[in-house]
Write a protein that binds this ligand. Sequence first.
Ligand code: Z5A
Length: 241
Amino acid sequence: MAEPVKVPDNGAGEHARGLFLVLEGGEGVGKTTQWTRLADTLRAVGHDVVAVREPGGTAAGDAIRALLLDPASELAPESEALLFAASRAQLVRDVVIPALGRGAVVLVDRFLLSTYAYQGAGRGLAESSLRAVNTLATQGVAPDLTLLLSVPAEVAQARLEVRGPADRMEQEDASFHQRVREAFDAALAADWQAAHPEIGPVMAIDADRPVDVVTVRCLEALVAQWPVRFASAATAALSAL
Ligand code: Z5A
């Protein structure tokens, strides 16, 4: 059982700085669905929300994304890791840091934890190498909170089957995706989080529920950490159910 997440108090008060929030999990857990819904819900109650996805979120990042996900791309694991880091570097410099500086909520669909799960556990690259490259990419900016969505593997598979053709990463075999899932699960442990301050706190969200219910669970997780900032968004989402 994972320890409850404690987000460190940055000492600046709830509204004095931006917040960096990340949605993570294996493919098909519903991250992108919740990313859209959370951004819409928060904007509807007046939050300045910058919602971006990785890889991507900048012109260079979108070009890198196309290369990374194209089934025709033949990439060595090291090239793949560097390309994800390059997209991240551009996103952090051009989007994340300016948005946090003006006090916005930055909501990112995947971030560094995906690199540890896919390029680390999935591809077998050393975490120390991934950390070094990504220290350059993130400039030390770490998420304030990651919501890690999870569903049983067969549920994710069923959701993906109704979508279009698999991209380059989705085409990997079942053992690759099993290692990825195990890496995400490992990130819920308090000792893992203590050893990975660059990831920040990670909180589990059971995403094997109807879409509306998962949205409320995500908002409840935000309210638990920042009650003043997010209470009105949670109330609005609950009253819309
Ligand atoms: N990657 C990496 O290797 N290293 C990195 O550092 C980074 C990323 C940052 C990005 O692909 C790929 O890059 C990803 C990891 C890798 N690849 N893999 N494999 P992407 O952005 O195209 O895709 P994704 O991030 O994997 O997301 P996804 O496949 O689109 O899944 P999702 O966002 O979790 O799910 P969804 O699109 O919201 O929903 C999937 C379907 O389920 C859809 O039809 C929904 O309507 C449905 N759905 C969603 N929620 C529910 C609920 N609650 N109930 C029922 N049905 C639902």
